[in-house]
Design a binder for this molecule. Structure first.
Ligand SMILES: Nc1nc2c(c(=O)[nH]1)N[C@H]1C(S)=C(S)[C@@H](COP(=O)(O)O)O[C@H]1N2
Ligand SMILES: [Mo]
Length: 350
């Protein structure tokens, strides 16, 4: 049995809330139910004095009005923290102790990044684009702004946005007001909030959030593999009603329509299977039609004939590239990318 959660982990968990799993019923997550992760403090940003600097071969500076005057794009995007599932690893890596709820889908509106980069000019020798947020803190012993870099070809994808709206309203402070990066398909850390500067790099970024954090490694002395796209995952809308403390589900016998949503940042989800016996036997769920939102999760449903007894409900997603959720988590030092199948204990009464 792993050691209990420390007060420091609880302190992080109380600031950085997950999406209550019943919110999986909404195709677009209401803003207050979307998960939240902020490494340092939500910074105070005064839009009147804020600007975005883009430093390529030329230097551009854009205020809110100039950004809003540019071409506008809307995109529904599922975002998941790379640490989702961390608290289920044993031994538990000490950081934000997510179980399964570090996910949400928002309808982002903003302006595409690519034309802005082209206006600023990205030289042939540039390998990465660096994104810097306003927020600062100390991590790994070093004071820093939150910064992440993207390979040039990823930064130039058409669907990469500089977003100033979330679900039809200006970004709220906690989600990056006045501007954030949105990189569909990639894990959460990529989507830099409170964006204030975009720069070009001729060598790969060696900052803390890139060279130390967000890498899959087993030992501290390993270089590790950087995280990028979200592995496939599927979650259930919790059926029935919960027992307060354990969250175990209680429901009456009879037909139950189990529902959930599945996503993968690697390729479109092509199948979801459901198990009521903890992963011993599986049956295919019905996938919702794609609905023209290629970067948003996909709904699924399954008619379950619930018989009295104790069950463990599971769902398992597979994507077009053949990636499938494992039954057991793969441990790593930072506690990242644990996309093991969810297990939902349920008691069915006669
Ligand atoms: N500037 C800044 N951007 C950030 C972060 C941060 O702490 N500061 N956290 C990152 C991480 S780890 C995640 S998972 C997502 C969370 O986005 P959300 O809080 O809007 O859900 O934002 C990313 N962008
Ligand atoms: Mo994250």
């Amino acid at each position: 049995m792993a050691e209990g959660i420390s007060l420091e982990e609880l302190q992080l968990a109380a600031r950085n809330h997950g999406m209550p799993l019943e919110a999986l019923r909404y195709p677009v997550t209401p803003v207050g139910l979307h998960y939240l992760l902020t490494h340092y403090d939500v910074p105070e940003v005064d839009a009147a004095s804020w600007s975005l600097r883009v430093r390529g071969e030329r230097e551009l500076s854009l205020g809110p009005d100039e950004l809003h005057a540019r071409p506008r794009v809307e995109l529904a995007v599922t975002m998941e923290c790379a640490g989702n599932g961390r608290a289920r690893l044993d031994p538990r890596p000490v950081s934000q102790p997510w179980l399964l709820e570090a996910v949400g889908t928002a309808r982002w509106a903003g302006t595409p990044l690519r034309p802005l980069l082209e206006e600023a000019g990205v030289g042939e020798d540039v390998v990465e684009i660096l994104f810097t947020g306003v927020d600062r803190g100390a991590e790994g012993g070093d004071e820093q702004a939150f910064q992440r870099a993207l390979p040039v070809d990823e930064a130039l994808r058409d669907e990469v946005l500089l977003a100033y709206e979330m679900n039809g309203a200006p970004l709220p402070p906690q989600h990056g007001y006045p501007l954030r990066l949105v990189v569909p398909g990639w894990y959460g850390m990529t989507n830099v909030k409170w964006l204030t500067e975009i720069g070009v790099l001729r060598e790969p970024f060696s900052g803390y959030q890139q060279s130390w954090s967000y890498r899959i490694r087993q030992h501290e002395d390993e270089e590790g593999e950087p995280l990028s796209r979200m592995l496939p995952r599927s979650l259930l809308v919790p059926p029935g009603i919960p027992e307060f403390l354990t969250r175990e589900r209680l429901l009456p016998a009879g037909e139950v329509v189990l529902q959930g949503r599945a996503w993968s940042g690697l390729a479109p989800v092509t199948s979801v299977e459901v198990s009521a016996d903890g992963g011993e036997s599986w049956a295919p769920a019905a996938l919702e039609p794609e609905g023209g939102e290629p970067w948003a999760w996909r709904g699924w449903s399954y008619r379950w004939q619930a018989e009295p007894g104790s069950w463990v409900l599971c769902s398992r997603a597979r994507d077009e590239a053949g990636n499938e959720q494992p039954l057991e988590p793969a441990w790593n030092l930072g506690g990242y990318a644990n996309n093991a199948v969810q297990r939902v204990p349920a008691t069915v009464t006669g």
